[in-house]
Design a protein around this ligand. Structure first.
Ligand code: SF4
Ligand code: MSK
Length: 671
């Protein structure tokens, strides 16, 4: 999507804190992703997926009718190969994170990981039981050791089925088996994806795209699901907790340390180290009141939903946080880390500290993380940040922050709907069946500086809430909603439809549920599966009135997530531009692949992937799909006027009325 000219701050972002920082960036003459997006006109051929650079005979750009690459590759083959490679890269990123989590679990089980303990033994036992790992009369360490070995074996599994797919609805598993897309192990699927897309290999677009499905499934029902399981076992399954979001969480009188990226292993230990008396004393001796930890991107989500550590922002806030001049260190691990950070930090005193053996940035300080001595390394990193406090110059921290309640794991939603003894999704299913809740939308994914930051996320969220659609969110989308105050019960309820409001008030939940980081989209798969199992909404995920949206997507991981959700039966809408849009006005049929992943995949999987730029059209398509699924299930037509006469707020209003008027209000009766 090309941007026409320089935008003013209100056109660049919907977030007032970000607007303030962009004005500061302009005053200081410092570029950001927002300005670079304006300067960088995207290549319309590559952007449409019409360029191939898979071999040295190219790159080949197919811009004329009937044109092929030097090898004879057609436009649909090239687009399918490009999409498969992107999905393979995205799935690899998530799943490699899952593998590292499994190594950490193994080390913790064997007492080799300094500072870590197994926090959720109940979840460990539940997960181990799913794979027939014995749990009776065994210590958590013994069970964890076996589970770690089992999970580690899944990544490189050469034959058979990746184990977590047994957690999908039975009908879906059968469909995948019938279509031959059950993944073996993520390593095998990614290698095969690269092989198939090499010059002279797979050249049937539909065949290529079926491997895209298999690769994405290896991520969603494999590597990513494993990552979420282990993060919960080691660091605790999230439950609601009060947190804050936006740049206002930075503090003038404290050493500000930001963790950014995706892996919870180091950030959890940084959380522990900030509370260590030795570190607090060290910070005081440096003239600060202490260490103020916050997060950016999905590392932020990981520690926000478990410990309530504030989120300084989402993807596009990484540069803006440094522009405050108040950040002593930004500690990064993997994924979504802009190379621009180092140059930007050169204008201030901020140290960019890389920690992953997989990620180095020229000019950054590298302090490599090793889970075997995690606490020691965490303290070393914090001392480096504290030592930098004396170098701080003028600061400019925007005073914007909102409170939020994150932490709605699948387990907690189950509990909150039914209590300890009747944990169930029954009330949610019943609310959908009765039409109080029209349907469910998962709004997930990134920020993209080519669109107005947070606007699409929050606009679509707010409009769907008014239509009684319950929203679950992850990743940067969740932080966008948090910054707007939508992740608080009372704060959000005056903005939602009457039926949804009754449910939120009765259960005591906000209408937007924060379910975690982008790797945690697998929690949504688990929720959908349980909704199927609890009955009344069909016997497979594709029958549930639900839609997934990634309005501001930008990463290859988002494409992998979208594809595994489609393969699981969901309608998925991406905003912004499509990486395989083609240019049908210049090359007829250059949108074959685009049509195939919508109509073709829908015929096979019941789910489809579409790219829609206009937010109102996204909302229309979402509601149309939800209503179509409701009708197919034979549910009552959605009619908001039938609800809104119960719930806490209504009760308070009624209490002030005389009895006769109360009866009239509730039952429409007249004396
Ligand atoms: Fe061109 Fe074919 Fe090589 Fe691609 S694989 S760059 S289309 S010759
Ligand atoms: S961090 S992948 S920008 S959600 Fe998970 Fe945000 Fe997207 Fe990165």
């Amino acid at each position: 999507m090309a941007i026409k000219g320089k935008r003013n701050p209100e056109e660049r972002t919907a977030d007032p804190a970000a607007q303030e920082m962009l004005i500061r960036a302009d005053e200081l003459g410092i570029g950001t992703a927002f300005s670079r997006a304006e300067d960088m006109v995207p290549c319309n051929i590559g952007g449409a997926g019409m360029c191939c650079k898979m071999c040295g005979m190219g790159p080949c750009r197919l811009t004329k009718e009937g044109q092929t690459g030097v090898c004879g590759a057609t436009i649909d083959t090239i687009q399918a190969r490009n999409l498969l490679r992107a999905i393979a890269a995205g799935g690899a990123a998530h799943s490699d994170h899952g593998r590292d989590m499994a190594f950490t679990l193994k080390a913790v089980a064997n007492g080799e990981a300094e500072g870590y303990v197994i926090r959720d033994v109940a979840k460990l036992r539940v997960i181990a039981s799913k794979y027939n790992i014995p749990i009776e009369k065994r210590s958590p360490q013994e069970i964890a050791n076996d589970l770690a070995d089992f999970y580690l074996s899944q990544f490189g599994q050469q034959r058979g089925e990746v184990a977590p797919i047994i957690r999908a609805p039975a009908k879906r598993q059968k469909l995948w088996r019938d279509l031959g897309v059950v993944p073996r192990g993520i390593d095998r699927e990614v290698v095969e994806a690269l092989h198939r897309t090499h010059i002279g290999d797979d050249q049937d677009p539909e065949h290529i795209l079926s491997h895209a499905i298999r690769t994405a499934l290896a991520d969603g029902w494999g590597g990513s699901m494993i990552a979420t399981d282990i993060a919960d076992i080691l660091f605790g399954t999230p439950a609601p907790i009060l947190g804050q979001a936006n740049l206002g969480v930075l503090k003038d009188d404290m050493v500000n340390v930001i963790v950014h990226g995706h892996e919870p292993t180091l950030s959890q230990m940084i959380v522990a180290a900030t509370q260590d008396p030795e570190i607090i004393e060290y910070a005081r001796n440096a003239g600060a009141k202490g260490v103020n930890l916050s997060g950016i991107c999905c590392t932020a989500n990981e520690i926000l939903m478990r410990q309530g550590i504030p989120a300084a922002g989402n993807f596009l806030h990484q540069e803006l946080a440094i522009l405050t001049g108040a950040v002593e260190a930004m500690i990064v691990d993997v994924q979504c880390i802009m190379q621009a950070l180092v140059d930007l930090a050169g204008n201030f005193h901020t140290k960019i500290i890389t920690t992953s053996p997989k990620v180095k940035i020229k000019g950054a300080t590298h302090i490599e993380f090793d889970e075997h001595k995690a606490l020691t390394i965490a303290k070393q990193i914090l001392k480096t940040a504290i030592d930098n406090f004396k170098n701080r110059g003028a600061t400019h921290i925007p005073r914007f922050q909102e409170e939020l309640i994150p932490g709605f794991s699948h387990e907690y939603i189950n509990y909150m709907l039914g209590g300890s003894y009747r944990a169930s999704f029954r009330p949610l299913n019943d609310a959908i069946i009765s039409g109080r809740i029209r349907g469910v939308a998962a709004i997930v994914g990134c920020n993209n500086p080519r669109s107005k930051q947070d606007y699409l996320h929050t606009y679509v969220t707010q409009q769907l809430l008014k239509q009684d659609v319950l929203i679950v969110e992850t990743g940067c989308g969740a932080i966008a909603a948090a910054k707007l105050g939508l992740l608080l019960g009372e704060a959000g309820l005056d903005k939602v439809g009457p039926g949804l409001r009754e449910i939120c008030e009765a259960v005591g939940i906000p209408p937007v549920l924060h379910m975690g980081s982008c790797v945690d989209n697998t929690r949504i798969l688990t929720v959908l599966t349980q909704m199927v199992e609890d009955g009344g909404l069909g016997d497979d995920i594709d029958q549930i009135p639900a839609v997934g949206l990634a309005p501001e997507w930008m990463s290859e991981k988002a494409l992998a997530i979208g594809t595994y959700c489609v393969a699981s039966g969901a309608y998925v809408i991406f905003g912004g531009s499509s990486p395989i849009s083609g240019m049908p006005d210049r090359v007829a049929d250059s949108d074959i692949v685009l049509r195939y992943i919508s109509q073709g995949w829908e015929k096979l999987y019941g789910g489809k992937l579409e790219f829609i730029q206009d937010p109102d059209e996204m909302i229309r398509a979402t509601l149309e799909h939800i209503d179509k699924k409701r009708a197919a299930l034979g549910l009552v037509e959605y009619r908001p006027d039938r609800f809104g006469r119960s719930g806490d707020s209504q009760m308070l209003k009624l209490e002030s009325l005389p009895l006769s008027e109360r009866r009239a209000a509730v039952y429409g009766l007249k004396d």
